[in-house]
Design a protein around this ligand. Structure first.
Ligand SMILES: Nc1ncnc2c1ncn2[C@@H]1O[C@H](COP(=O)(O)OP(=O)(O)OP(=O)(O)O)[C@@H](O)[C@H]1O
Ligand SMILES: [Mg+2]
Length: 449
């Protein structure tokens, strides 16, 4: 049974709270002053502390500040209306929630349910860590290289909060996979997770797709339309390719993030929306700011919690784990037991993987089809691969007579993308194809899996 410590100097409030908290399945201990609470905390480690903001010997927040962040129980402040502002400010420092006095029973129930959920999530995260140690995977994410462990640490910290997250990493490094993990480990997990590719929605549609529009707001707007922000209410919106969003919409997005309210196109009244935003970019957002394509204030706002995903070539040991995982998956689907030859393992370890995990997954799928029991991966270069040289013709090593034109095209598209830091618009320009074609090709590469 989880333990709650209730700290209040009013005896009547204290006994009423104790009763309510016990009804919600907690075992309750109590204290009337800060000093007494400190004494309790020295003896037991409660799961949650409900503390009055104003106590005879000080401010309830002091109790929170004194505790080691790593060992701190969840803290809920109780306060009179007069000091709601300071309670709200405390939320930013890690206090779980606050209750106004006299405490509303329904509110208390919700808050305590949140505590239980947070405790359950923490337990789950703990068991994910054990799994990582034993199996080299963190939930749906395969890999236990040191660089990925740092990513998991950040995921664990940010998942239970509502903080906006910015994921940056080359194409195919797993940004969407990480975004989904953050959603699943958070309190919004039972609500929808909606990925939107800001680069793939035509510029003239994206505003009403994201924010919705009122009936009659423009020619053809025959009906009220609810945008992604409204449709994903209480869930998580994954804004992929955020630097591709038109500048004027970036202003609008910033306003939603800052005010928590939304104005539909053609609307005249903003209303509250409850959405967590996770954004991603496969090019450096700082560089996009320098080029004038991305607003600095939006970057600043999104960058509350940045997570950088390492390219596969920097993830020591993970290539092997991922390769085994993908091959195992296909073997199970097909009822086969194909294996990699040792030359195939060497080739995979030496290759530079410009398309990262996605490219690895696709290559294995293709090699699986082409080989008998032993998988050779002989489409990969044999020698140690060198980092991509300057110029769009990078990776000539991987071009060999015998490759299909489709493979050569794929190599060139991925290498060009890599060269331009994932900037699809730039890559399309250089290759002389449309942005849409790039998107279609990339989609095909992942659909092949
Ligand atoms: N750590 C991982 N474990 C297992 N599968 C992974 C991992 N990382 C990526 N993948 C797989 O690799 C593919 C690409 O991942 P994802 O779509 O998340 O990349 P991305 O960074 O969003 O790429 P892009 O910038 O092109 O959108 C997906 O099929 C995904 O399931
Ligand atoms: Mg993606």
């Amino acid at each position: 049974m989880p333990v709650a410590l209730i700290v209040d100097d009013e005896a009547r409030a204290l006994s009423a709270m104790t009763e309510l908290v016990e009804k919600e399945g907690f075992s309750a201990i109590s204290a009337g002053t800060l000093a007494e609470a400190r004494g309790r905390l020295a003896q037991t480690r409660p799961d949650v502390v409900l503390v009055d903001l104003m106590l005879p010997d000080g401010n309830g927040l002091e109790l929170f500040q004194e505790m080691e962040p790593a060992q701190r129980p969840e803290v809920i402040l109780m306060t009179g209306f007069a000091s709601v502002d300071s309670a709200v400010a405390a939320l930013r420092t890690g206090v779980l929630d606050y209750l106004t006095k006299p405490v509303d029973i329904r509110r208390l129930k919700t808050v305590l349910a949140n505590v239980s959920r947070t405790l359950a999530l923490k337990e789950e995260i703990g068991s994910l860590r054990d799994e990582l140690r034993e199996l080299g995977r963190f939930g749906r994410l395969i890999g236990n290289s040191t660089v990925m462990q740092k990513v998991y640490d950040l995921v664990v910290k940010v998942a239970p909060t509502d903080a906006t997250v910015l994921l940056v990493g080359e194409s195919g490094t797993g940004k969407e996979e990480v975004a989904a993990t953050i959603h699943e480990l958070g309190r919004r997990r039972s609500q929808p997770f909606l990925p939107v590719n800001c680069g793939a929605v035509p510029a003239n549609l994206i505003e009403s797709e994201l924010f919705g529009h009122e009936r009659g707001s423009f020619t053809g707007a025959t009906q009220l339309h609810r945008g992604y922000f409204e449709r994903v209410s209480r869930g998580t919106l994954f804004l992929d390719e955020i630097t591709e969003m038109p500048l004027e919409l970036q202003v609008k997005l910033l306003r939603v993030l800052e005010t928590g309210t939304l104005l539909r196109v053609g609307g005249d009244e903003a209303f509250p929306v409850d959405v967590r935003v996770i954004a991603a970019s496969n090019r450096s957002p700082e560089a996009a700011v320098k080029e004038g394509k991305f607003r600095e204030d939006l970057l600043y706002r999104l960058n509350v919690f940045p997570i950088v995903l390492p390219p596969l070539r920097d993830r020591n040991g993970d290539i092997d784990l991922l390769a085994e995982h993908f091959l195992g998956q296909i073997n199970r689907e097909e009822g086969t037991s194909k294996k990699f030859s040792s030359a195939a393992r060497r080739r995979m370890a030496a290759y530079s993987w410009p398309g990262n995990v996605r490219e690895l997954k696709n290559m294995i799928r293709r090699a699986f089809i082409l080989s008998d029991d032993m998988i050779e991966m002989d489409a990969l270069p044999t020698g140690p691969s060198t980092p991509a040289p300057a110029g769009a013709s990078s990776n000539p090593d991987s071009m060999q007579v015998g490759m299909s034109l489709a493979d050569i095209e794929r190599h060139f598209i991925l290498a060009t993308l890599e060269h331009y830091g994932g900037d699809k618009r730039k890559a399309a320009e250089v290759l002389g194809i449309s942005l849409k074609t790039i998107y279609n090709r990339l989609n095909n590469y992942s659909a092949a899996v």
